[in-house]
Design a protein around this ligand. Structure first.
Ligand code: FES
Length: 163
């Protein structure tokens, strides 16, 4: 465990903890993605200071590491809310109105994609196919897939999640 660092962001783990967590993966072929997955598994997001630590360990540029973090939708750059709502934005769901549903949902919550409601209840993220194309539009609240969504069903989901 790291000593307290008075000038650092208290919500972030310290560099030494990050280094200890990911260094065992450095010998893997293509270690960056496994390291990022390990960090997200441990902290629920990729701490901002991890970019510098990983760049140093892997002898990469920080921009390169940050590029990978931002490219993959599954990596979060901030902690998620208590619930994560993933709304499908792939073709079949789009053709059944998922974009309108997503826009209305985000407007109701007063947030944008990847943001969390002010009360910390829900983070909304895009997903690209949940395998429920025949029952589009679909979304997933935490581990539960919900299909044939409409505004009423979405409102019910959001109420359940405390949004
Ligand atoms: S396109 Fe949305 S579930 Fe397949």
């Amino acid at each position: 465990m790291c000593p307290p660092a008075p000038h650092s962001d208290a919500t972030l783990p310290c560099d030494e903890d990050i280094r200890a967590l990911v260094t065992p993966l450095a010998s893997l072929e293509g270690p960056l993605l496994p390291m990022l997955h390990r960090l997200q598994e441990e902290y629920g997001f990729i701490p901002a200071n991890a970019v510098t630590v990983l760049a140093d360990i892997l002898n990469l540029g920080r921009a390169e590491v940050h590029g990978v973090v931002s490219f993959y939708h599954d990596f979060r750059e901030n902690p998620a809310g208590r619930h994560v709502l993933k709304i499908c934005r792939a073709e079949a769901c789009q053709s059944m109105g998922s974009e309108d549903l997503a826009r209305d949902t985000l407007a109701r919550l007063g947030i944008d994609w990847h943001d969390t409601t002010a009360n910390g209840s829900v983070t909304v993220e895009p997903v690209y196919c949940l395998g429920m194309c025949a029952c589009a539009p679909a979304a997933m609240l935490d581990d539960r897939v919900v299909a044939r969504l409409d505004r009423a069903r979405m409102d019910k989901l959001l109420d359940e999640a405390g949004a």
